[in-house]
Write a protein that binds this ligand. Structure first.
Ligand code: FAD
Length: 801
């Protein structure tokens, strides 16, 4: 062991060894891994080793596909057998909705390029897996590249291949303490102290404690998980092939062959947390006592699905723990506010996701950005609110219990809610508001009559007409939307302008003006679709998506300039937006200032009723509109004042569902759909906001190279879709005469124009106006046509009125 390494990885499970492997493979060989006991001594040794293709987040599914490809490679590189059994896999559906969902998921896989799967009938599934009963099943999906591995073999293969590339592995050496230094970190271990630039927390079951060593409370908790291995099953002895890995979604079980017996794993509904503050240091190759009573219901379903289990005994019970984040996805990347401290934990399916996690983390550390859009597993997708133990307990428990339960796109889950509520929350609830959640914040979806309950659905729901009415109110009168769920950052100081010019590719707005501002990463891909306000008094605001608060703040901190302060106002300021042709009449009643004279995109401070507010004349609905920002304490009064002033104009409270429909009719993109850190300005038409003459902004060279190149292979288009009972939502494949040419980024119903629309990224050759394409929506192919952007008011007269 040396006294200095460039990187110290803490934890010798499948994740730590994968991180080590990728760092060394990419050329950083001055790296070491420190393991408390021996490699695999956490969750990794007793995992079932299953590898599946399915994941609800397509970007994570892609990283899983990468991991599956990598497994054979590390076997070759290391010479270590990984016991790969590529049996193929089945995922079975047992309710009509689930079957519909699976057909839709199959199309999503096609969209993201996972081609080696197909839908199968129950008869075919039973032929593929003859020990499975088809009773109660409706259909399934087959994937070629599913199966299982020898878990110890995989960990040693990653470590062996890493060592061949120059990395070191130091076992029997617990990390005791972490101290931040000017250069990076001091890692105090049982065998001595190491200094390093970067430290990686890949401590699995102990991730919580290794976080606390650096003053970090990671939102992670272990939960117990059971599987059993049966005695030999005669029917399996007779087969000349291994039965495929099979997931019975409605039965809460997964199954694979284990020698001539079966391994049956259970996602028990009655979940059980284990050691929420992290495993004891002395915990090693041990297991918890099995608890068949707690999982009785799921066991009965499992034994019915695989009747041969009823005739043999259980050879081995495993009840072990592994870790979960609130949404079940890993926590990866640089931890905000702790330079050089990296998280690679909460990896729930390490054998399936570990490769992708290792690759992304190594790219991030070495190149400054991972290649893939890994927001879905970025540690910065959570904020300080997620440090709360009860929040972690409720959300990780909910995820575990619902691991195989279907979540509808319009379904609101209860765990950890309500958490943060804007002050007018109770008044708005009284007025019929139905709430969704963005980050920690309750946000309005729509306003309904008392007693209304939305039916969870893959298609248009019973809230359709309610949203239609809200859209009509905005297009014809005036709508009031609580916009507390927007992020707000204040930028000030002598260096503010210079810094903003660096961080944004856009020309800065003049005093008293706002502007859509594009931020780029170093590699020229998108980092933000923000709005910049120049208040004219030396202070500026950046407004954007609320759920990206920590993510954007980390980006700003990493690129901080001299003499500039950036303050997150997300817990201080909130507000409402007024939009619709009558919105000026409403706001003018509340001020004797010149708010009515504000030009389109103008902004300033005004008295609104008794309150001092910051107002911008803009709206994402495509109508005349005002965003009125107030202090948290003024929120209730502002709502009351606006509603009273709007009474004669027929003001209607609206929610974000209406806003999403209205913005779609304007072809306005939103983050996480049309815009992501995986896309470039040219692909998304964001290049029209770039000031290419401006020197020195982040990502300029790459943006210029794109502008001067041959044009992007795929571009954003608006589609009019021939749909009747369901609309596109995202990641549906787009076809041109049977050839896949792209995918939907978002979709929905345009209530004003009475048509179904989608925005999509498609091959440039299929992007011209009038192109006749098709789209799969909830598994059914629908005709679609490329139309000119902004089908509603293309000239933008309404918003400039
Ligand atoms: C019953 C069961 C079945 C499972 N089935 C599957 C499956 O089929 N497929 C799948 O992909 N996943 C499965 N998993 C999950 C899988 O086991 C985990 O995702 C994976 O093991 C996590 O790996 P890790 O490297 O993050 O953590 P761990 O394996 O827990 O490794 C962390 C390592 O860090 C070390 N460490 C901790 N603190 C320190 C310190 N202070 N100093 C030095 N070293 C330290 C520990 O000793 C340990 O070796 C299963 C898990 C269980 C319990």
């Amino acid at each position: 062991m040396k006294s200095h390494y460039r990187v110290v990885v803490i934890g010798g499970g499948v994740v730590g060894t994968s991180v080590l492997y990728h760092l060394a493979k990419m050329g950083w060989s001055d790296v070491c891994l420190i393991e408390r006991s021996v490699l695999t001594a956490g969750s990794s040794w007793h995992a079932a080793g299953g590898i599946h293709a399915l994941n609800a987040d397509p970007n994570i599914a892609n990283l899983q596909a990468y991991t599956i490809d990598l497994l054979s490679e590390i076997e070759k590189e290391s010479g270590q057998n990984i016991g790969l059994h590529m049996t193929g896999g089945l995922t079975m559906a047992g309710t009509p909705d689930r079957w519909e969902w699976l057909q839709s998921a199959y199309r999503t896989f096609q969209s993201i390029g996972i081609e080696d799967c197909r839908l199968v009938s129950v008869e075919e599934a039973v032929e593929l897996n003859p020990i499975m009963s088809g009773e109660g099943l409706l259909g399934g999906m087959w994937a070629d590249r599913e199966g299982y591995v020898d878990t110890t073999g995989v960990v040693h293969a990653y470590a062996g291949a890493a060592k061949k590339n120059g990395a070191e592995v130091i076992e029997h050496n617990r990390v005791l303490e972490l101290n931040q230094t000017l250069e990076g970190w001091e890692v105090v271990t049982e065998k001595g102290t190491i200094s390093c630039e970067h430290v990686v927390n890949a401590a699995g079951l102990w991730a919580k404690q290794v976080g606390r060593m650096a003053g970090i409370e990671l939102p992670v908790s272990p939960l117990n998980h059971h599987y059993l291995i049966s005695d030999t099953i005669p029917a399996l002895e007779e087969l000349d092939f291994e039965v495929p890995m099979t997931v019975d979604l409605e039965g809460f079980t997964y199954m694979r062959q284990d020698q001539k017996g079966l391994l049956l794993g259970i996602y028990e509904v009655d979940h059980q947390h284990w050691m929420m503050d992290g495993a004891p240091w002395e915990y090693g190759f041990e297991l918890q006592q099995e608890d068949p009573d707690r999982i009785e219901k799921e066991l009965i379903m499992g034994f019915e699905r695989y009747p041969a289990l009823q005739d043999v005994g259980v050879k081995t019970w495993v009840n072990g723990a592994f870790t979960f984040s609130p949404d079940g996805n890993p926590l990866v990347g640089p931890v905000p506010g702790k330079r050089g401290y990296w998280s690679a934990c909460a990896v729930m399916a390490g054998f399936l996701q570990g490769g992708g996690v290792g690759k992304s983390l190594a790219e991030w550390m070495i190149n400054g950005e991972p290649e893939a859009d890994v927001y879905g597993m970025d540690v910065a997708r959570y904020g300080v609110w997620a440090e709360n133990k009860q929040y972690i307990k409720e959300t990780t428990g909910q995820f575990y219990t619902r691991r195989f339960v279907m979540t509808y796109p319009n379904e609101q889950l209860p765990a950890g809610r309500p958490l943060k509520m804007a002050p007018a929350y109770s008044d708005m609830t009284e007025a019929g508001c139905k709430w969704g959640q963005s980050w920690d914040m309750e946000v309005p979806l729509y306003f309904a009559e008392k007693g209304f309950e939305e039916t969870p659905s893959l298609k248009r729901s019973n809230a359709f007409d309610i949203v239609a009415k809200e859209c009509k109110a905005v297009r014809e009168g005036v709508g009031l939307l609580d916009i507390s769920g927007f992020s707000r950052f204040e930028v000030s100081g002598a260096g503010a302008e210079e810094w903003l010019n660096t961080i944004f590719a856009t020309k800065l707005p003049k005093a008293g003006r706002s502007r859509l501002a594009v931020a780029l990463g170093e590699d020229g891909r998108l980092k933000g679709d923000l709005t910049l306000f120049n208040w004219g008094d030396g202070t500026w605001w950046i407004m954007g998506s609320y759920y990206l608060r920590a993510w954007h703040m980390r980006w700003f901190d990493d690129h901080m300039g001299a003499n500039v302060q950036v303050r997150d106002l997300g817990d201080e300021m909130c507000g409402f937006s007024l939009s619709g042709p009558k919105s000026r009449a409403v706001i003018e009643k509340l001020t004797d200032g010149a708010v009515g004279d504000l030009p389109f995109m103008g902004c300033g401070s005004f008295d609104i009723g008794l309150l001092r507010c910051k107002v911008g004349r803009l709206s994402v609905t495509g109508e005349l509109g005002y965003e009125i920002n107030c202090r948290m304490g003024d929120h209730i009064a502002l709502r009351k004042a606006l509603l009273a002033a709007g009474a004669d104009e027929g003001i209607v409270e609206i929610g974000f569902n209406a806003m999403l429909s209205l913005r779609l009719e304007k072809s306005y993109g939103i983050w996480s759909a049309e815009f992501t850190q995986g896309y470039t300005p040219g692909m998304t038409a964001m290049d029209r906001w770039i000031d290419f003459d401006k020197e020195g902004f982040v990502g300029r060279d790459a943006a210029l190279a794109e502008r001067d190149g041959n044009g992007p292979a795929q571009v954003q288009v608006t589609l009019e879709v021939d749909a009747d009972d369901a609309d596109a939502s995202g990641y549906e494949p787009v076809w041109d005469n049977g050839k896949k040419v792209g995918f939907v980024t978002s979709g929905g119903f345009g209530h004003t124009l009475g048509k179904s629309y989608a925005m999509a990224l498609v091959d440039a050759g299929s992007a011209s106006e009038g192109s006749a394409l098709s789209v799969h929506i909830v598994g059914k192919e629908r005709a679609a046509k490329v139309i000119a952007p902004s089908p509603y008011d293309p000239a933008g007269k309404a918003m400039r009125a």
